[in-house]
Design a protein around this ligand. Sequence first.
Ligand code: HEM
Length: 116
Amino acid sequence: MFDANFYLFIHLVSLVILAGYTFYAFVAPAETRKSVLMITGIAALLMLVSGFALVTKKGHQWSEVWIWAKLVCWLGIAAMSGIAYRRRALVPKLKLITLGLFVVALFFVVYRWKFM
Ligand code: HEM
C-alpha cells in the first residue's frame, strides 16, 4: 500500500517511542500504568506491523535468522513495561535486560548480512 520508506519511518518512530516509554515505566508512578501501557502497546504493535511490511517490501525471506532474532528481542521489550509496573523489585535487572535486548536487536540490524 505504502512504500518501504514509509514503513521504515513508522518502524523507527515507534522504536523511539517504545524505548522511551519502556524506560519511563521503570521509574514512573503507579498511576501512570494505564497510559504508559497503552502507549508502549501501540508503539510495539506499530513496530511489529511495519517490520513485517519491511520484510516484504525489502524482499527479505522469513528464513533469514536476523529477523527471528529481532522478533525475540521485540517480544521481550514489548512485555517489559507491563512487568515493570507489577514487579518493582525486579526493575534494576529489567533495565539491564531491556538494554541488552536493544543492543542485540541493533547488532542484528547492522550485521544482518552475516546472518542470512
Ligand atoms: C527491538 C527490536 C527492533 C529494533 C531495535 C529494530 C531496529 C531497526 C532499525 C534501526 C532499522 C533500520 C535499518 C536500516 O534502514 O538500515 C530496521 C529495519 C528493519 N526492521 Fe527492525 N527493529 C526491531 C524489530 C523488528 C522486527 C520485530 C522486525 C520483523 C518483524 C523487523 C524488521 C525490519 C526490517 C525488515 C527492516 C528493513 C531492513 C532493510 O533495510 O533491508 N524489525 N529495524
